[in-house]
Write a protein that binds this ligand. Structure first.
Ligand code: NDP
Ligand code: ZN
Length: 353
């Protein structure tokens, strides 16, 4: 089969691979729609997970089941399914402990384009199909469905880890697709004021659509000062970090109130340490909690998010600004994600309706 792959750090290209094979609990899937992630860019162009050779990229897909193993009970060839970016080993102690993202090792629930070939191939392999696939309802478009697999689950996890309460004030640092979903998740959980931090007009407009009440442009000066000015020097109850560099942790700690929560879903790609400002952290005594997590995956998570879309609690269509038709456009879509033109939020490649 053909796949679009990371050849080595900084190099991508089309390669030929053997078709994947299903074990007794697995499925083989043909993608119907795929989307590149900012994490694919970190993987290829920043060497975020180390070097990989001829590894098919991609972890955001909806598809059609083409083959299932002998023990798979709930799915059959022809089913149209949503595939989570995170496909854990459910028979692991970490999953029993409630952290399936880290099944059999830190971050090891993330398999596609990390430990095995990803979804930018003519076919791809899904471990434990009954636990890691979810049926795609007819009401949801392919473009929206592919946004569930990673962007929605990640942004919503930001809001979950932040423990948003009814009326909480929230600052969301970064309003790309992940931050936009953090805004939508915060609103659904009952946040009051939501301050979005970003600069590109297309993202600002979408942030307001998803529920931001205020926008702070980090290009206009220190975001700590801007958020403090907006809140009469009080700061916010919760911060969700979904963009920017390592300096954003110090900013988040500075603007969150004592007793508040800083929730991170951003990838921090440089330096050996992440600095926490001593005074703003109350010299260690401010009851300011810092959380960070990989997005939840698996079937139940997908089914619950699918219902939020199916029953019109969230409209994902605003996330998709560029649509391509045809597998051959995967490369173009990936490079768009690298260059982030000003009018881009997410590209989707439709392979087959
Ligand atoms: P985008 O690049 O689309 O968005 C980043 C956002 O951060 C933009 O709004 C950008 O503003 C803003 N930003 C850039 N610099 C700063 C700054 N100095 N201060 C404040 N804001 C800034 O990324 P995505 O939304 O696609 O992804 C966000 C992150 O989430 C990535 O690091 C990605 O790897 C990670 N991720 C994590 C997952 C997880 O499971 N935890 C899963 C998926 C992704 P603008 O462009 O408007 O100027
Ligand atoms: Zn991703």
């Amino acid at each position: 089969m053909k796949g679009f792959a990371m050849l080595s750090i900084n190099n991508v290209g089309w390669i030929e691979k053997e078709n994947p094979v299903a074990g007794p609990y697995d499925a083989i899937v043909r993608p119907l729609a795929i989307s590149p992630c900012t994490s694919d860019i970190h993987t290829v162009f920043e060497g975020a997970i180390g070097d990989r050779h001829n590894m098919v990229l991609g972890h955001e897909a909806v598809g059609e089941v083409v083959e299932v193993g002998s023990e798979v009970k709930d799915f059959k060839p022809g089913d149209r399914i949503v595939v989570p970016a995170i496909t854990p080993d459910w028979r692991s102690l970490e999953a029993q402990a409630g952290f399936h993202q880290h099944s059999n090792g830190m971050l090891s629930g993330w398999k596609f384009s990390n430990f095995k070939d990803g979804v930018f191939g003519e076919y791809f392999h899904v471990n434990d199909a009954d636990m890691n696939l979810a049926l795609l309802p007819d009401e949801i478009s392919l473009e929206s469905a592919v946004m569930i697999t990673d962007m929605m689950t990640t942004g919503f996890h930001g809001a979950e880890m932040a423990d948003i309460q009814l009326g909480s004030s929230v600052a969301v640092i970064g309003i790309g697709a992940v931050g936009l979903m953090a805004i939508a998740g915060s609103k659904l959980r009952g946040a009051g004021r939501i301050i979005g931090v970003g600069s590109r007009p297309v993202c600002v407009e979408a942030a307001e659509f998803y529920g931001a009440t205020d926008i702070v442009n980090y290009r206009n000066g220190d975001i700590v000062k801007q958020i403090m000015d907006l809140t009469n020097g009080k700061g916010v109850d919760r911060v969700i970090m979904a963009g920017g560099g390592v300096e954003t942790l110090a900013q988040a700690v500075a603007v969150v109130k004592p007793g508040g929560v800083v929730s991170n879903v951003n990838y921090h790609g440089s330096g050996d340490t992440l600095p926490i400002p001593r005074l703003e952290w109350g010299c260690g005594m401010a009851h300011k909690k810092i959380m960070g997590g990989l997005c939840p995956g698996g079937r139940l998570r997908m089914e619950m998010l699918i219902d939020l879309v199916k029953y019109n609690r969230v409209d994902l269509s605003k996330l998709v600004t560029h649509v391509f038709n045809g597998f051959e456009h995967v490369e173009e879509a990936l490079l768009l994600m690298k260059d982030k033109p000003r009018d881009l939020i997410k590209p989707v490649v439709i392979i087959d309706k």
